[in-house]
Write a protein that binds this ligand. Structure first.
Ligand code: HEM
Length: 480
């Protein structure tokens, strides 16, 4: 009797056990047993290969792995099992053709600082709708109108460096420049008081973002959380003022305020604030790091600098010695300078890789990427692969006279999350270089080699240099 009563349970248990692989297969759409994990080492228990990665230049870590294991390999970093992908096809698979199988993934501590509604944390319909708003503000039609303002920001910054005669931390100044341009594209002409309050608090958030995330009073992370709250208040005031004045501006804030979904729902103030901070965050350090590299590469190659100068002087001359603003058409016909920008983006590869997480078990070229594992397309490895870029460690803008092979040049990513600010970033760089080389000169101070991470790879100590106007002499400014 006893035996009979437990029999259904035994059968159910056996059935469940036997059907488990089948259930996994259904869920993921893959007979996972057939596939093996990619080659590579998972390192030590718990810590994986975190120490190996952080005890050396991360680029050497990635390159050594690629040489040993090929285009796809596994590792274990910061408590996460990862699959790294170092080929254009693999990056395209994750970011474009099979993007729905991978979701954006960021540590919760970072998401909290930027704000959970920011564009890059989302997927699917919600992401598509938000992205359209951001893209509209950053499309060529919108940013061409910003040229005179960007020029003004650039020239007044350079004038102040030259007037000071001091050694300038180029990266730090470029961060100020790209922040101002970010503010311009988000708010149009914003009241100076608001701008200063936003900048002051944003810098605290930025510092905390790159620190150890502990919520103990006095730590950089805790200060950042408080500053982030203050940013919400400041943004709330700006939004309130905009609503009162009933201004229908075509900047990002205007688009966010006017948004209505198909059910007539508008965005909350929190959603608007998170997306504004998200765009500022995506725009500032990236653009500043790349422009710093451009100046460094130009500085290191006097012949190239002369050629760029010659190209820019023609435009400068045709604008009455810089009396008239640059036109959109002029920014689109600076072929050599443009190639310098592209080559700097490739060489520096400041976004070394990106992260996604597999939402189901995925098969790629016979390998299994298990559900929940992080997936990292390695942009830098692709940009420095001699198969796609000959002599990859040489700075050679002429390589861009021919378009790179598809999916091999990914400084702005690829697919649904690719950078909507790429045109603005390139425009900022072109405008800055135009004014630098036509009106200013610079001399590097101290060590001229080496890389530091701040948080992106940048020239050592932020490329310290003295700047002076071309019309006046260097001696005059250094020894008044
Ligand atoms: C040289 C400068 C820049 C570089 C190298 C850069 C690079 C990137 C990359 C690689 C991504 C994709 C990340 C991923 O797939 O995980 C990205 C996304 C993004 N970038 Fe940029 N970026 C730059 C400047 C800017 C600027 C100036 C803005 C805005 C004004 C901006 C706004 C964004 C936003 C909002 C995203 C998220 C897009 C989404 O998730 O749909 N970026 N950027």
């Amino acid at each position: 009797m006893e035996t009979v009563s437990i029999l259904p349970y035994v059968i159910l248990f056996l059935f469940t056990l036997l059907s488990f692989p089948f259930i996994r297969k259904q869920k993921s759409g893959l007979p996972i047993k057939r596939f093996k994990l990619p080659p590579g080492s998972m390192g030590w228990p718990y810590i994986g290969e975190t120490l190996q990665l952080y005890s050396q230049d991360p680029n050497i870590f990635f390159l050594t792995k690629q040489k040993r294991y090929g285009e796809i390999f596994k590792t274990h970093i910061l408590g996460c099992p990862c699959v790294m992908l170092a080929s254009p096809e693999a990056a395209r698979f994750v970011l474009v053709t099979h993007a729905h199988l991978f979701k954006p993934t960021y540590p919760k501590s970072k998401e909290k600082l930027i704000g959970p509604y920011a564009l890059f944390f989302h997927q699917g319909e919600c992401h598509t709708q938000l992205r359209k708003l951001v893209q509209r503000t950053l499309a060529p039609d919108a940013i061409r109108k910003l040229i005179p303002d960007i020029e003004e920001i650039a020239v007044s910054a350079m004038d102040s460096w030259a007037a000071s005669g001091q050694v300038i931390n180029t990266l730090y100044e470029m961060k100020k420049f790209s922040f101002e341009v970010g503010i311009l594209s988000i708010f149009g002409h914003l009241d100076r008081g608001y701008k200063e309050k936003l900048e002051e608090n944003y810098q605290i958030v930025d510092k905390g973002y790159n620190s150890f995330p502990t919520n103990i009073t006095g730590t950089a992370y805790h200060k950042a959380l408080l500053a982030r709250k203050r940013l919400n208040q400041i943004l709330g005031e700006i939004i309130c003022e905009r609503k009162e004045k009933r201004l229908a501006e075509k900047d990002l804030l205007g688009h966010l305020l006017n948004f209505k979904d198909e059910k007539g729902q508008t965005l909350t103030e929190e959603q608007i604030a998170d997306n504004i901070i998200g765009v500022l965050f995506a725009a500032q350090d990236t653009t500043a790091s790349v422009i710093t590299w451009i100046l460094k590469f130009l500085h290191d190659d006097p012949k190239l600098l002369e050629a760029v100068k010659a190209e820019q002087k023609v435009i400068y001359g045709s604008n009455d010695g810089g009396k008239r603003p640059l036109t959109w058409a002029q920014t689109r016909s600076m072929p050599l300078t443009y190639r310098v920008v592209l080559e700097s983006l490739r060489m520096a590869s400041i976004i070394t890789f990106t992260f996604r997480e597999a939402v189901v078990d995925v098969e790629y070229r016979g390998y299994l990427i298990p559900k929940g594992w992080k997936v990292m397309p390695l942009f830098r490895n692709i940009h420095h692969d001699p198969e796609f870029f000959s002599d990859p460690h040489e700075f050679d803008p002429s390589r861009f006279e021919v378009a790179p092979k598809p999916n091999t040049f990914l400084p702005f990513g690829n697919g649904v999350h690719s950078c909507p600010g790429n045109e603005l970033a390139k425009l900022e760089a072109l405008i800055l270089v135009h004014h630098f080389v036509t009106r200013f000169r610079w001399k590097v101070v101290g060590s001229q080699s080496g890389i530091q991470y701040a948080p992106f790879p940048v020239p050592q100590q932020g490329f310290p240099a003295r700047y002076w106007k071309e019309s006046s002499s260097f001696i005059q400014h250094v020894c008044p």
